[in-house]
Design a protein around this ligand. Structure first.
Ligand code: CS2
Length: 477
């Protein structure tokens, strides 16, 4: 049996102060941002984290409290296993347990310097790049701004208290898989604040910074296999701990109004422009992930590692990355994209992770626009085809149809609309046309372009015949 390396945290926890509020403290934050912070703290600093969830997750935070906020990140692949103990969380907060007032007061604490976010794509409550005023949560928060429930409403209400207390600004750091995530976070916050009070909006504009980041580490949701490994590594079946791949990357724009931890001490890259890194990772890694998730579920593959054992799908994923995604990217200093693709294929093949295709297919309507649809638009603008990208998009449409018809759950911000489309439209070209008319997902110009609509409908027709390997092989010919 493989030996396991143990690394305990090595700093004085009593010296930590609550200086970072992390909203959306789930598996990814535990295994990514907290690992960087843990290592940076070993070199000094007082940056403690208040771990916050807004909706679900109260029981998880209670469990973390009961463990004195200590947990492990088990980094595992076919070469080795390392168990890292994390000590940087100093408190937890859930508005349903502790009251929204405490959360807002936390934002108005003089010590607080950073609000970091892993709230997923839909958490920004944007539509077409602007705050979605029709979103029920946004509308409710604008009607009662002192009792907000959305992340953006909470941030603005907290900043209003900060301003009223005569305090300085801070940084709001998005760690979600969105292009220009800092600019999008800023847009959502500013547009919300402007609706409330233009003086507050001006204050935020001059005092608060919104650094963009590129974050990367594959962290599947906890399952019983992961718990087995955690038990082997720590002696406890500890649901506070998490299993992740050994690889991690964090590229950060250095724009922090009230200072930041020395994350570079832990290997983070601090750069003036994160854009090229974000696009590369979002399209090559996340684009390939969504492609594999949709084609994988249709093929009956449970995990991404299973997809990598399917030679046709593996070849198609690499071809998508190198042949269709890489040509849409700006160069990134020091990175050879074909080597990057090879590394991704190796990471996807990690048999210690059971990263479920269904988990990645979650929220696809909010993921595909930046992962597959924007690259398709870029190819068409250059008058080029992109058959695998079209196939990936068609696979999502098929995944929706098959999932709804089977009566299975379809976790997605557009779930209601998607179910309605399946119900109202006969399978085939009528269904495809109705899906492409979803303006939240497909820009009208693209949906109406026969160079897009036709190949997507054709790929859908081939996938509907049920032989997914054939459809993939035909596209790769
Ligand atoms: C995945 C990401 O679930 C998904 O949508 O594509 O969580 C992916 O694993 C991470 O972005 C990797 O950094």
């Amino acid at each position: 049996m493989q030996s396991i390396d143990h690394i305990a945290f090595s700093y004085d926890r009593a010296a930590l102060r609550p200086r970072i509020l992390h909203i959306g403290f789930g598996a990814f934050a535990r295994a990514h941002q907290l690992v960087y912070l843990n290592e940076a703290l070993a070199k000094g600093g007082d940056w403690g984290v208040v771990a916050c969830r807004l909706n679900s997750g109260q029981a998880e935070l209670d469990a973390l409290d009961a463990a004195d906020h200590l947990y492990h990140v088990i980094e595992a692949d076919d070469h080795g296993i390392t168990a890292r103990q994390i000590g940087a969380v100093c408190a937890t907060l859930h508005p349903k347990r502790d009251g929204t007032d405490r959360l807002l007061a936390q934002i108005a604490q003089p010590d607080l310097a950073i609000i970091s976010l892993t709230i997923t794509e839909k958490g920004y409550t944007l539509r077409d790049g602007h705050l979605d005023l029709q979103h029920p949560g946004v509308a409710a928060d604008l009607a009662a701004p002192e009792a907000p429930s959305t992340a953006i409403g909470v941030i603005v209400a907290g900043l209003a208290q900060r301003r009223a207390a005569g305090l300085g600004g801070l940084a709001i750091m998005s760690c979600d898989n969105l292009p220009h995530n800092g600019a999008l976070a800023r847009r959502a916050v500013m547009e919300f604040a402007r609706q409330r009070d233009s003086g507050l909006a001006d204050w935020i504009d001059s005092k608060v910074t919104f650094p963009s980041t590129m974050i990367d580490r594959i962290v599947p949701a906890l399952d019983s296999d992961a718990l087995d490994l955690i038990e082997r590594a720590t002696g406890k079946r500890d649901e506070n701990s998490i299993v992740a791949e050994p690889f991690r990357q964090w590229v950060i724009e250095d724009s922090f109004a009230a200072g930041r931890p020395a994350w570079e001490e832990a290997g983070a890259q601090i750069v003036p422009d994160v854009g090229p890194y974000e696009d590369m990772k979002l399209r090559m890694l996340n684009g390939a992930h969504s492609f594999l998730a949709c084609l994988g579920t249709l093929s009956g593959h449970r995990t991404i590692a299973d997809c990598m054992n399917d030679a046709g799908l593996k070849r198609a994923a690499r071809r998508l990355m190198v042949g269709e995604q890489a040509p849409t990217l700006r160069p990134v200093a020091g990175i050879d994209l074909s080597g990057y693709a090879d590394d991704l294929i190796a990471r996807f093949g990690n048999s210690r992770l059971h990263h479920q295709t269904r988990q990645i297919a979650t929220d696809s309507s909010a993921k595909l626009p930046q992962r597959l649809i924007a690259p398709a638009a870029q190819h068409l603008a250059a008058d080029e085809g992109c058959p695998l990208t079209f196939l990936g998009i068609a696979a999502w449409l098929r995944h929706v149809r098959v999932t709804v018809e089977a009566g299975d759950p379809l976790p997605d911000p557009l779930e209601r609309e998607l179910r309605q489309i399946v119900q109202d439209h006969a399978d085939g070209s009528e269904f495809v046309a109705a899906m492409l008319a979803l303006s939240q997902v497909f820009p009208a110009e693209l949906a109406n372009d026969p160079r897009f609509a036709r190949p997507v409908a054709a790929a859908y027709a081939v996938l509907s015949q049920g032989n997914i390997s054939n459809a993939i092989a035909q596209t790769c010919e």
